[in-house]
Design a protein around this ligand. Structure first.
Ligand code: KIV
Length: 296
């Protein structure tokens, strides 16, 4: 098992190998995705919407991202870990940006940070990179600018806006970004940006020609029945699977069908109590002391 580094990601682009990236917010999902072989795990500020229940990413704080990075890091062995710089953690001043990027790395265990914005943010990117922290850029549909965009709307659909986004991408590469998320832009534009950059592009709603793809894990897992944008593929109907499991559990508890004897403990030493020990039950005191043993 070789740890994925930013250099490995660049090499993957050079060799035409697709990069896979998913968001993760806790150790359990991180472990599953890492074991499945994902290359990059992003603790995205999407945590604000899918975990915290906000209707935008704007309320997410640096403390939130640090907390979730720490959890994800505990579940990750191979994947490269990216921490998202949330709204207003890097926009107000370059010093603040460097400090907050440093927190995600020093306290959260992130190996790089991601920030939204184009040419206006090249000074921020280059200062963070000079501090020794790799930066992933993010252009196109940038959710932290939802009010400026007037909603979650596909960007770069006319010639002028497309040219601006291409200029943004080139400026971020020149500033030292090691990769770029392209979100919510036409496939043709994403393809051209990918062709013009030597750093990898990771697409979400940007077509198949990017060097890699990213999805919010709750979207891929189909956890939200009411969220089905065109760019998301639900690989499993998680809402039905999880809702169904919960329903079955509720039914079984109500009917006293759970816990069964196989989920219960007994002691023949408790002879004063009237409940009979079922026929064939295991009487293993040792197992009692090991019920919460950590998995090996
Ligand atoms: O916050 C997030 O999850 C993201 C991805 C959608 C790229 O920024």
């Amino acid at each position: 098992m070789k740890k994925v580094t930013i250099h490995a990601l660049r090499q993957m682009k050079a060799q035409g190998e697709r990069i896979t990236m998913l968001t993760a917010y806790d150790a359990t999902f991180a472990r599953l995705f890492d074991e499945a072989g994902v290359d990059v795990l992003l603790v995205g500020d999407s945590v604000g919407m899918v975990v915290q229940g906000h209707d935008s990413t704007l309320p997410v704080t640096v403390d939130d991202i640090v907390y979730h990075c720490r959890a994800v890091q505990r579940g990750t062995r191979r994947a490269h870990l990216v921490g998202d710089l949330p709204f207003m953690s890097y926009q107000a001043s370059v010093d603040e940006a460097v400090k907050n990027a440093g927190r995600l790395v020093a306290e959260g265990g992130a190996e790089s940070v991601k920030l939204e914005g184009g040419a206006d943010f090249t000074n921020v990117v280059s200062r963070i990179v000079r501090a020794g922290i790799p930066v992933m850029g993010h252009i196109g549909l940038t959710p932290q600018s939802v009010h400026k965009m007037g909603g979650y709307i596909v960007q770069g659909k006319d010639e002028e806006k497309a040219r601006q986004l291409l200029a943004d991408a080139l400026a971020l590469e020149a500033a030292g970004a090691y990769a770029l998320v392209l979100e919510g832009i036409p496939t043709e534009l994403a393809s051209e940006i990918t062709r013009r950059l030597s750093i990898p592009t990771i697409g979400i709603g940007a077509g198949v020609h990017c060097d890699g793809q990213v999805l919010v894990c709750y979207d891929l897992l189909g956890f939200n029945r009411d969220f089905a944008p065109k760019f998301v593929k639900k690989y499993v109907d998680g809402a039905s699977v999880i809702g169904g499991a919960a329903k079955q559990y509720i039914d079984e508890v109500r009917q006293s069908a759970f816990p069964g004897d196989e989920h219960s403990f007994h002691s023949k030493a408790l002879r004063l109590y009237p409940t009979p020990v079922p026929e064939g039950s295991t009487e293993d005191d040792e197992s009692l002391s090991r019920i919460y043993a950590a998995p090996v």
